[in-house]
Design a protein around this ligand. Structure first.
Ligand SMILES: NC(=O)C1=CN([C@@H]2O[C@H](COP(=O)(O)OP(=O)(O)OC[C@H]3O[C@@H](n4cnc5c(N)ncnc54)[C@H](O)[C@@H]3O)[C@@H](O)[C@H]2O)C=CC1
Ligand SMILES: O=C(O)CCC(=O)C(=O)O
Length: 526
């Protein structure tokens, strides 16, 4: 499988991809047309903020399965277009948080002490000591808009600098604010009371153009303003006016509405404006973190089907992942088994998580079950992203429930499927730490490893049936590697699950079906 790297990514990330046996193609700085060509035959793309994955580019990516962002923001990716194509979009939230927060603090201090301006002045041969009179941050008030991952680290560092920190974030609780040592206030109070204001919200429909003329007017005279979050949150024209009028004494931007901004951007002409070219995450540490995490996520998804940090699929947290991964495999196998056992189109799926599973993140397991159900019919067209959409479009009703106890097992996954004309129930568990087992099919108890070419036989419980099946397969040169027999004494019937070295079909299958006391035989691929 092939991975396209279209932005500058730390070497450590590339090494992870190569070590996993993936072909790595590196093409940085492509035009949209060249990107469309380069993305056409890759299975994954690894990007930062430079690559614009528009709907048009995504439409050209006929093999693409995963977009991984070595960083947080995904505003350069058309996620709706990816959803429609069943492409998993992943990011690495948190990997560059400290770097972005430190950059914000650097911007605040650089603004306060005129460091960029003084550097430029000295390099121009001047010694303008008087001109660059600064201000201390100690004892001043910093207003943080959006106290998530980055905003809260900025708050922590600012408190270390002896600043008073106000926060506006309608989505955090008073308790969280207290833990962070910030005073949670409404937006107007923050604007009116802060000497410095720093924005740390995501760019959304709600926050686009959020910091505008009206808000600047409500700020303290001589406030200093910093945006290291996303361009577009601040109206750049309104910021320009506020800087020219002196309402805002200084502003620092790391991010712009259009990146890179036009060379003649009006803000560049202002002495009290400083900027960096989206450098918040550009540290060795952050780049190593995000590149290795994004690369591992690509490997996990392409090679093991495990989704981490996906924005369009419920993610599994890193601490839950080792626990949940075997259940994802089990869920997918049970789903695929159901479709192959159903004698008509599937109408409803009812999933019960029992025992220790009940307190896991079960969302990804449900997705895996749906993917398993749809895969035998749709092949590669279905994945963890589009499985619930396809299921819904096909009128498959999905319900989930959880119970803390699980009969004789520590964990039990019970999937009941109603198809037109009947119902089947399959239960599975994980033995040890990661061995998936099918432990019940309808009323039959068994202990089957769900993998490879299998044969499902339903027969009357009479002596000699198993021997005849073995002989029939042996004569056809088919080797049996495992056999599981489940008994239903009340009905005097058995099910036999065989694992074979080849798939069983055609004439051999017909001969098996005609054996005395064999009621049905069907091949399964798991
Ligand atoms: N300059 C750079 O290189 C980097 C920039 N970023 C950007 O930094 C920003 C923050 O990132 P994180 O802290 O990781 O995000 P986060 O999701 O952890 O935090 C965002 C916070 O904003 C709050 N929020 C959302 N809408 C709001 C609104 N209308 N008003 C007030 N608060 C609101 C949320 O409740 C949340 O607490 C994002 O825009 C991200 O794209 C992230 C990494 C590097
Ligand atoms: O990759 C970068 O340099 C930008 C990082 C960023 O903005 C993000 O992670 O959201």
């Amino acid at each position: 499988m092939k991975v396209l790297i279209s932005d500058h990514i730390a070497e450590e990330g590339k090494e992870i991809l190569k070590a996993a046996g993936l072909e790595v193609v590196e093409k940085v700085g492509l035009s949209p047309e060249d990107l469309k060509e380069a993305i056409a035959d890759v299975d994954a793309i690894l990007i930062r903020s430079g690559t614009k994955l528009t709907a048009e580019v995504i439409a050209a990516a006929t093999r693409l399965k995963v977009i991984a962002r070595a960083g947080t923001g995904l505003d350069n990716v058309d996620i709706d277009a990816a959803n429609k194509r069943g492409i998993v979009v992943m990011n690495v939230p948190g990997g560059n948080t400290v770097s972005a927060a430190e950059h914000t603090i650097s911007m605040m201090l650089a603004l306060s002490r005129n460091i960029p301006q003084a550097t430029a002045s000295m390099k121009a041969g001047k010694w303008e000591k008087k001109k660059f009179l600064g201000r201390e941050v100690a004892g001043k008030t910093l207003g943080i808009i959006g106290v998530g991952r980055i905003g809260s680290i900025v708050a922590d560092r600012a408190r270390g600098l002896k600043m008073k920190v106000l926060a506006y974030d309608p989505y955090i609780t008073q308790e969280t604010a207290e833990k962070l040592g910030v005073e949670l206030v409404d937006l107007d109070s923050l604007l009116a009371r802060s000497d410095y204001i720093s924005v740390h919200v995501p760019l959304t429909k709600e926050t686009k153009g959020f910091i505008n003329r009206e808000l600047f007017a409500k700020m303290k005279d001589g406030v200093m303003f910093i945006n290291c979050a996303r361009g577009g949150i601040v109206n750049e024209e309104d910021l320009y006016q506020a800087l020219v009028s002196g309402k805002v004494a200084g502003a620092a931007l790391d991010v712009f509405e259009v990146e890179p901004p036009p060379k003649d951007h009006p803000l560049f002409g202002l002495e009290n404006f400083i900027c960096t070219p989206h450098l918040g995450a550009s540290t060795r540490e952050a780049q190593k973190n995000v590149a290795t995490a994004a690369a591992s996520q690509i490997v996990d998804y392409l090679l093991h089907g495990v989704v981490r940090n996906a924005v369009n699929v419920p993610s599994v947290s890193a601490d839950q992942l080792p626990r949940i991964q075997p259940f994802i495999t089990l869920g997918e196998k049970i789903g695929a088994l159901h479709t192959q056992l159903a004698d008509g189109p599937i109408e409803a799926v009812s999933i019960t998580y029992q025992g220790e599973m009940a307190d896991m993140e079960t969302g990804p397991i449900t997705l895996a079950i749906l993917k398993g159900i749809l895969s035998p019919v749709m092949g590669d067209e279905v994945n963890y992203v589009n499985a619930p959409i396809i299921a819904r479009d096909r009128g498959i009703k999905v319900t989930e429930s959880k119970t803390a106890t699980a009969e004789d097992f520590t964990n039990l996954l019970i999937v009941r499927v109603r198809y037109r004309g009947g119902e089947n129930e399959i239960s599975g568990t994980i033995f040890g730490k990661k061995e998936p087992r099918i432990v019940r099919i309808n009323d039959f108890r068994l202990d089957a490893i769900p993998e490879g070419h299998m044969l499902f036989i339903y027969n009357e419980d009479r002596p000699g049936v198993i021997g005849k099946i073995g002989i029939t397969l042996g004569e056809a040169g088919i080797n049996i590697s495992r056999m599981h027999v489940g008994q239903e004494p009340a009905q005097k019937s058995n099910i036999i699950l065989l694992t074979t070295d080849k798939s069983v079909n055609g004439e051999v299958l017909e001969r098996l079906k005609k054996l005395p006391h064999v009621l049905s035989a069907r091949p399964l691929e798991l």
